[in-house]
Design a protein around this ligand. Structure first.
Ligand SMILES: CC(C)(COP(=O)(O)OP(=O)(O)OC[C@H]1O[C@@H](n2cnc3c(N)ncnc32)[C@H](O)[C@@H]1OP(=O)(O)O)[C@@H](O)C(=O)NCCC(=O)NCCS
Length: 203
């Protein structure tokens, strides 16, 4: 196959941009958390944190964002939004692909959790269920904490809604919408997500 000069120029540009992004992202994360920790952030990421919000990240976490680092749903780059007085707690050895985490109150992610590309985790409806309130922009928004238990695997394209507790060592199938709690050691999938099978030996 013959490649022209534009092909090489395009890829060299991409490598340079991703190199700059990686370094800027690590500095951004260090600044925002206010402490030194070991995190590998690869690719373009977006972080918006209100000054009153709290972000804690454990050791040895990894972020893969953008087409160069994970082609699966690469257009959904890794983003975190922490609203006023919100808390995002991330354990050790957590892996993120191109996912989005929006925190109004509190989201806790346990150790060794893997989160797939295109997944959205949001502890709030972000808008009122009352049409008058939505029109007047003075909204009472429903918000409930989310907990993702340690060693869970959240597949790609999943949506985890407010108030959900995912038990330890569970798996959420690709493109599921999780509206209710998920028991430990289980595989859930679908919209709304339901038990597919138990991972317990006697299950
Ligand atoms: C959930 C999952 C782990 C199940 O895998 P598995 O144990 O091999 O299960 P099977 O393929 O045997 O399917 C078992 C049942 O679950 C259903 N199922 C599988 N995945 C499902 C999903 N994502 N949503 C809804 N139902 C699903 C199957 O249709 C099947 O139903 P049936 O028993 O009525 O025929 C897998 O399908 C999956 O979604 N993996 C995640 C992949 C992913 O997103 N990777 C990350 C990319 S970044």
């Amino acid at each position: 196959m013959k490649y022209n000069i534009m092909f090489y120029a395009y890829h060299i540009k991409k490598i340079i941009i991703s190199f700059i992004y990686v370094n800027i992202n690590i500095i951004k994360l260090l600044l925002w958390t206010g402490k030194i920790f070991r995190i590998k952030a690869c690719g373009p990421i977006s972080i918006f944190i209100h000054p009153s919000a709290k972000l804690t990240i454990g050791q040895n976490c990894r972020i893969n964002s953008g087409i160069l680092f994970n082609p699966y749903r690469y257009y959904n780059k890794f983003s975190i939004v922490l609203h006023k007085n919100s808390v995002l707690e991330i354990g050790n050895n957590v892996g993120f692909s191109n996912c989005t985490i929006i925190v109004k109150k509190r989201i806790t992610i346990g150790d060794n959790v893997l989160i797939g590309g295109g997944t959205l985790i949001c502890d709030s409806d972000l808008h009122s269920l009352d049409s008058d309130q939505r029109a007047n922009k003075k909204e009472d928004v429903l918000t409930k904490e989310i907990l993702i238990g340690k060693s869970s695997f959240i597949g790609g394209g999943v949506t985890i809604l407010k108030g959900v507790v995912i038990g330890e060592n569970s798996i959420i199938g690709a493109c599921s919408v999780v509206t209710k709690d998920v028991s430990s050691n289980s595989i859930y999938g679908g919209n709304p997500s339901k038990l597919i099978k138990s991972l317990d030996e006697n299950g």
